[in-house]
Structure formats: structure tokens, C-alpha cells
Design a protein around this ligand. Structure first.
Ligand code: AMP
Ligand code: MG
Length: 294
């Protein structure tokens, strides 16, 4: 099953993607090793990305509540140097944020070159929760004539253009939609209620949000159809099995880094000669009896 949403295709999330998918032969115990290998590979590529300092990567994670975003971040990024990663979580916008254009707060959290930025929720909330609950749009203080029916198509276009601009300037986007089934969300909510250590993750607002399940599925379908582009495609990750979702997320990120193929900067002949001289000087400074560990 391809995870990538073909640019230009019309998606019906409920029909086209199975949240429970995994290859028949893949078992959870094999998955552990696969994920470990993926994590090691990511760590190596991230070092090269940082050393080359030319490309940046922005991972956008979207999912319904209990979709597994936090777990993906915790596991997939567990091997990388924290200095090279920046995670940003987006909540209900603040008064200051609402006083700006809607992409402002996301633009402020973009990764630098050499960095992997992770958006835990992203600018896509602006065509998801804001679309499902239009009172969010009212709070955004748009001019009257700009908030009619055309606003969603306009936002898709603006988001595509923004992402194209980023990608043309060396920032690759990895857009992951963690696709869980309604039944899986129900059991995860129940666990959050039953297991005391998980209570903090549960909010009764999440259950009210669940009542809008179909509206969200519709908004996801429209979003995936309109914003999976050549320069920033969407990947729909089967997310009912956490372990498989994490492997898929790691694989898509790894694939992007392999495609960038960042290289350690070459040191020129001149600089190499210079380094040789410095090493010789340091050697001469060695006290009597010091081990020569060059
Ligand atoms: P959580 O990720 O569980 O901490 O919840 C964050 C909450 O912020 C979710 O209920 C989102 O729907 C909400 N949220 C995120 N972005 C926006 C936005 N742009 N407008 C309104 N609500 C948002
Ligand atoms: Mg929540």
C-alpha cells in the first residue's frame, strides 16, 4: 500500500487508506530491530545535515487526538542529537498570534539550515480545526470580504505556495498524517482514563471533538487532495498499530534525508596543511612523558 498521496489525486480518507494496514509478514518483534536500525541511520544523517548546513527539514505531524504524534516524536527522534532538533507544539492561538496573519506563528518556528524542525500539529490546523469549528476563523479577525466560502481553497493555495518557497530555498517538508480508526481512538481514550499515569493526557474536550469525527475525515480528505504537491507530498501513515506507525514515520524521514544526501564539508588542501602545522605545534608543547595520542 503506498503511503504517499499522489499529487493531484482526489483522496477519500475512509476508503483509500486503511489505518490497520501492515505487511502480512511483518511482526511486532521484527519491528523493534527495524526501528532501531532506522533510528541509527537518522542519527548519522542528522550529523551530516548539521555539518553541511545547507538544507533544513521540517516534519509536520497531524493526527486526531490519541493518534500517536507524541510517541512518534519520542521514538523516532530518540537517537538524534537534541541540538539539531527543534520541536514546536501548536495549541489554541494566543491573542498575540491572532493579531497576525495565520502563518505567522508557524513561520517563527521554522528550522534553520542544518536543523530538523518538528511541528507537533502545524499550519494544517488552519484548514482542519479552524474549518471544523468556524468560530476559530471568526477569532482570526480577517477583513469581512476575506472570510467567505472561498477561504479554504485560498488557504490551500497559500500553504502550497509557502511550502514551495521553503522547498526552493533548501527546506524540505515531511508531512505525516497519522491515520487512526474511530475504534482505535475509543480504546486509547479508555486507556487514558483507566491508567492513572495516563490521566493527564485525557481531556473531556477530546471526547466532544470525537463527535465531529466525520467532519474531520472530510476536512482531512480535502486537505490531502489539495495540498499533496510535488515539492511537499503528504504521507498517510497507518496508525492503529503504534509500532508500525513509528517505523513508517522514521522511514519517510530517512528517505528524505537520503534524498538530500548531506555531505561533510570538504577541507581544502590549504586548510589541511594548516591543520598539520597546528598539530605539530601541539605535539611540541607536550610535557615530558606525555602520551602521544595523535
Ligand atoms: P493538544 O495537542 O492535545 O495539546 O491540544 C492542542 C489543541 O489546540 C487542540 O485541541 C487543537 O485543536 C488546538 N489548536 C491547534 N491549533 C489551533 C488553531 N490554529 N486554532 C484553534 N485551535 C487550535
Ligand atoms: Mg490533546
Amino acid at each position: 500500500m503506498p503511503l504517499r498521496v499522489k499529487p493531484g489525486s482526489k483522496v477519500n480518507i475512509g476508503k483509500d487508506f486503511d489505518p490497520r494496514y501492515k505487511p502480512h509478514s511483518l511482526k511486532k518483534k521484527d519491528g523493534v530491530e527495524l526501528l532501531q536500525n532506522g533510528i541509527a541511520l537518522l542519527a548519522d544523517y542528522q550529523r551530516r545535515l548539521a555539518a553541511q548546513d545547507t538544507y533544513g527539514v521540517l516534519v509536520c505531524l497531524q493526527a486526531l487526538d490519541a493518534g500517536g504524534k507524541d510517541g512518534v516524536i519520542r521514538h523516532v527522534m530518540s537517537g538524534v542529537n537534541p541540538q539539531g532538533v527543534q520541536v514546536s507544539s501548536f495549541k489554541v492561538p494566543s491573542a498575540e498570534e491572532l493579531n497576525h496573519d495565520y502563518l505567522w506563528r508557524y513561520a517563527r518556528r521554522l528550522p534553520t539550515r542544518g536543523e530538523i524542525g518538528i511541528f507537533n500539529r502545524s499550519h494544517y490546523e488552519e484548514v482542519l480545526v479552524v474549518r471544523v469549528h468556524p468560530e476559530n476563523l471568526d477569532r482570526q479577525k480577517l477583513p469581512e470580504k476575506e472570510k467567505g466560502e472561498g477561504v479554504w481553497d485560498r488557504r490551500y493555495r497559500e500553504i502550497n505556495n509557502w511550502e514551495r518557497y521553503l522547498s526552493d530555498n533548501g527546506f524540505r517538508l515531511v508531512k505525516l498524517f497519522l491515520n487512526i480508526s474511530k475504534e482505535e481512538q475509543r480504546t486509547r481514550f479508555l486507556r487514558r482514563i483507566e491508567v492513572p499515569e495516563r490521566n493527564w493526557k485525557f481531556s473531556s474536550a477530546d471526547v466532544r471533538e470525537r463527535e465531529h469525527w466525520d467532519d474531520y475525515q472530510h476536512a482531512f480528505s480535502e486537505m490531502l487532495s489539495a495540498t499533496s504537491t510535488r515539492w511537499a507530498p503528504w504521507y498517510v501513515i497507518p496508525a492503529d498499530r503504534k509500532w508500525f506507525a513509528r517505523i513508517c514515520a522514521g522511514a519517510v524521514l530517512a528517505h528524505t534525508l537520503i534524498d538530500i544526501d548531506p555531505q561533510y564539508p570538504e577541507v581544502s588542501e590549504n586548510i589541511r596543511r594548516e591543520l598539520g602545522k597546528v598539530a605539530a605545534e601541539l605535539e611540541r608543547e607536550a610535557p615530558e612523558g606525555a602520551s602521544g595520542d595523535l
